[in-house]
Design a protein around this ligand. Sequence first.
Ligand code: AMP
Ligand code: GLY
Length: 426
Amino acid sequence: MRILVIGSGGREHALVWKIAQSKLVDKVFCAPGNAGIAKLAECVDIKAEDVSGLLNFAKKEKIDLTIVGPEVALSLGIVDEFIKYKLKIFGPNKKAAQMESSKVFSKQLMKKYNVPTADFKVFDNPEEAKKYIDKIGAPCVVKADGLAAGKGVVVAKSVDEAKQAVVAIMQDMIFGSAGEKIIVEECLEGQEASIIVITDSEEVVVLASAQDHKRINDFDQGPNTGGMGAYSPASIVTPDLFLEILDKIIYRTIDGMVKEGLDYRGVLYAGVMLTNEGPKTLEFNVRFGDPETQAILPRLKSDLTEILIAASEKKISDLKILEWDNRDCVCVVCTAGGYPGKYETGKEIFGLEDLDKMNDVIVFHAGTKFQANKIVTSAGRVLGVTGLGDSIKNAIDNTYAAVQKLSFEGMHYRRDIGAKAMRRDF
Ligand code: AMP
Ligand code: GLY
């Protein structure tokens, strides 16, 4: 088979790495890819949002299956376009992708189908939103309805901060039309976990749990980022809790989507807050998590390509039970200095060849590119170093031993990825 993976981050490197190992696969393309992906796949210079460019490429190259990494192409309707031309593609269509592209859509679906989530109200008028904030007080959470590259959520500690978020999103329109509507919701407390499943609307393949680390600095300090590291499994998600999340969040949502007439095929990723009142949904994403994927896929022994084909053909019921590597897996993300604010690119990366020699360590590239035969940084999140170990401690030690061998000017990483799993006693 000829496979096209769309995207250029660490998640896409992990997908390409896994897919390239499949017996079903002869050749992998990646658009646009990065310097690490280029070792495993032919990178093609088409942007992940260029739906017509990707469609023409898939037609010309007779691609058998396309896998969409990031959410933007899904929200633009890439799946609908490919299906028109009978091209097989993994991911939800435009209508179903609203589960991520419109927080109002997904919250209303959750409410209708009794999926636990924070209490909320939707506003299209900033003055009404501010009045409501005065009424409920702080802390509270203000969310832009549409896609905002992971920056559209403000967890406000004071009424003033919440009102400023309303002004920025609805009046200054910092996220453009994504801020025409907002949600103001109750602030939840607890630890977060990522539960990622693959569904064809009827059946579900459940992937291992993971925990992301969103803040830039150790001990969850500083601003939110795209994700600074992850580990899998997330030991806080005990077997009973996992079943509760599947039952109350995942299956209720999929049933609800079917009742709403959505033909949902693809990844359904629930960001869950584990509160004292039980698990509550923070958000849904319609694609694999980044960096969760870099910590989950190295543990998956089964053939991912088979699963993705089955989901896109509505044949998940034909699949065998998944096989997993029982070891723990940790991914530490190395970022450019200054990220998630301003940062420089074009810094040479040293030490990559040393990591190739290490056992149970994989480096997934994110913002890297070739420049004059060197690998240099090209974005905020640069590399994800993934390590396996027969305990969470060993996985952490293995991963950080590898991280220490890497360097580039301004390199930053968190030193506490996975530490929450160590602090739990059971
Ligand atoms: P979202 O994009 O909706 O997942 O929000 C991004 C991040 O904001 C989440 O991972 C949480 O850390 C935080 N967040 C979102 N909603 C809430 C909430 N209701 N209460 C507390 N934190 C939240
Ligand atoms: N790890 C967070 C996300 O993929 O949205």
